[in-house]
Design a protein around this ligand. Structure first.
Ligand SMILES: [Zn+2]
Length: 267
């Protein structure tokens, strides 16, 4: 209990201090949704961003330099997912302790075992990844390529955003496993979620198989976890299209995230 009260008062104190640095410029340039928000939402996103930055560790890979612009941009984009929450009590991705930033897409070793037990090893080039630490007892972390973070922000309506994608995986992991469903309120919500998500996932797989055009990135056809991450990207980047083309999916995401990035304010 003391820890909880301590955290609340620490957060209140931190938010009373003035913001140092030109954060508004970073937010306007690198978080396209920021300009679309109501004034109360902007203030709240700024508070979330400050607390996120105070409570997470940012690390640079390979001697690269972390800048304020990187921290503010990544924190603010991640906190779009939590915008409906009160900053004083928000859970800032509790399984994620640090964010590691690479300058560019980076190579990661991969190892896959084929049907005959043949192990293939190689390197895969990645824009980001989430290690949520579920079941491992190890603190989770998110790895991001700064070049890809910037690319994601450059076109706010292309449905691609690596920060939203990786932090959606982090939310998914909060339920105890990463399988395309974050922690929901009750069984009824899980039932509704799984009915809609299973159908939409099957439709995306079929469309990907037949080469049909889709609003959602067909990367999401890989697994339910990737589907949730890709659907989250589209929800925040193409809310109007999603509402029209996938109304039930949009409805589930709106209930979960608690606000409509296409307008309509908080709640
Ligand atoms: Zn993913």
């Amino acid at each position: 209990m003391l820890g909880w009260f301590g955290r609340r008062s620490r957060r209140r104190k931190l938010l009373r201090a003035p913001v140092e640095g030109d954060w508004n410029r970073f937010l306007l340039v690198n978080v396209p949704q920021f300009a679309q928000l109501h004034v109360d939402q902007r203030d709240r996103l700024l508070d979330h961003t400050r607390l996120f930055m105070a409570e997470k560790r940012f690390e640079a890979a390979l001697g690269y330099q972390i800048t304020d612009e990187m921290c503010v941009t990544i924190a603010a984009q991640a906190c779009l997912l939590l915008l409906a929450d009160d900053p004083i009590t928000a859970r800032y991705f509790p399984r994620i302790r640090s964010i590691i930033v690479y300058p560019e897409t980076y190579a990661a070793p991969v190892k896959a075992t084929g049907p005959a037990g043949i192990v293939t090893e190689g390197r895969s080039f990645r824009a980001g990844e989430a290690w949520h630490g579920v079941g491992s007892g190890v603190d989770g972390y998110i790895i991001l390529s700064w070049a890809d973070v910037k690319r994601g922000a450059a076109d706010p309506s292309d449905g691609r955003n690596v920060v939203l994608h990786e932090f959606a995986h982090a939310l998914d992991g909060e339920s105890g496993s990463v399988e395309g469903a974050p922690a929901l309120k009750d069984k009824a919500e899980y039932r509704a979620w799984s009915r809609v998500f299973q159908r939409e996932f099957a439709e995306l797989r079929a469309a990907a198989l037949h080469g049909q055009p889709t609003l959602l990135n067909t990367y999401g056809a890989q697994s339910p976890a990737e589907f949730f991450a890709v659907a989250t990207e589209a929800y925040f980047e193409q809310p109007w299209h999603m509402k029209q083309m996938h109304p039930e999916l949009f409805g589930q995401l709106k209930r979960f995230y608690g606000w409509d990035p296409g307008g309509g304010g908080l709640g």
